[in-house]
Ligand binder design. Structure first.
Ligand code: OAD
Length: 262
């Protein structure tokens, strides 16, 4: 990781009025949540079309639920890491700060981040598979097992579905709109721990791109697909980079407050 680049990113964060962060599975890797792609990624050994797609759920809801519950149990044992904590702190300290996450693990929320938008939904929510009129679109359900799998809707008795966005589904319109709003005219966009291959993640980076925006990728193996969108790359694990950025930002804040006092 280049120290001069890191200092420049911290300086831009310090003066930014609007900062947007796009996070992916790599952010939670240090917490023990497996990523999807890469050498040890889930999609190496599991088929997304069977486990995380609309057709897969229609064909075999039992298997989709077994997999969802297995991940819920694993995530329940994980805790937010230092990178989640730094972002949570910035969400309360920096102006116009939004986190757009593709992660469904809820770790941003558990770290205390305000203004986080879960683009792919949450593993801690469920919905009625038939979207019955009596039920909300999604509701919180932290159970790690059910009396029967697949579980059924409390309101109408149809099947429950996991709260995650499945392949073959659009993002809910309100999430997409709020994410677009957050990315437009931001001063800094941090893209952390994502291959940026699943849309609309890459489109949000493209939307943020402007001559006055600094787009920063933080990843030990930077994205090839979205490489052209990045202004600078900090090639290291998220925990290491965010910890250093926070240190540098604190230093700049202290300098600014002592020069105000003088
Ligand atoms: P991926 O598994 O595609 O990518 C994980 C990224 O994290 C890779 O670029 C790694 O290099 C990087 N990485 C690994 N360890 C890291 C660390 N310690 N610090 C920083 N980066 C690290 O995950 P996503 O891009 O999030 O969608 O995947 C996007 C979507 O595809 C997911 O939300 C999920 C999946 O299918 C749905 O389920 C709808």
């Amino acid at each position: 990781m280049d120290e001069q680049t890191l200092q420049e990113v911290a300086r831009r964060l310090h003066v930014a009025w609007k900062t947007t962060v796009l996070t992916g599975a790599g952010l939670s890797a240090a917490s023990g949540v497996p990523t999807f792609r890469g050498e040890e990624g889930l999609w190496r050994t599991h088929r997304p079309e069977d486990l995380a797609s609309v057709d897969g759920f229609r064909r075999d809801p039992h298997t989709v639920w077994e997999w969802t519950l297995e991940r819920k149990r694993l995530i329940a044992e994980c805790a937010p890491n230092r990178a989640h904590e730094v972002l949570a702190d910035w969400s309360r300290r920096l102006p116009g700060f939004t986190v757009l996450t593709q992660n469904v693990d809820g770790l941003h929320d558990r770290a205390g981040t305000i203004s986080v938008l879960e683009l792919h939904g949450s593993i801690w929510e469920v919905g009625c598979a038939l979207q019955c009129v009596d039920s909300p679109r999604r509701w919180r359900d932290e159970r790690l097992e059910y009396p029967q799998t697949p579980p059924t809707c409390f309101y109408c008795g149809a099947l429950l579905r996991p709260g995650e966005v499945l392949f073959g589904e659009q993002l809910p319109l309100d999430s997409a709109l709020r994410a677009a709003q957050a990315t437009q005219r931001c001063d800094v966009m941090l893209v952390i721990g994502t291959t940026a291959v699943v849309e609309p993640a890459a489109s949000f980076i493209e939307m943020a791109k402007s001559p006055s925006t600094l787009v920063v990728e933080i990843n030990p193996e930077p994205s090839q697909k979205a490489a052209w969108l990045m202004d600078v790359v900090l090639k290291a694990p998220a925990v290491q980079v965010l910890d250093r950025l926070e240190e540098e930002l604190r230093r700049l804040e202290e300098l600014a407050s002592t020069s105000e006092d003088a």
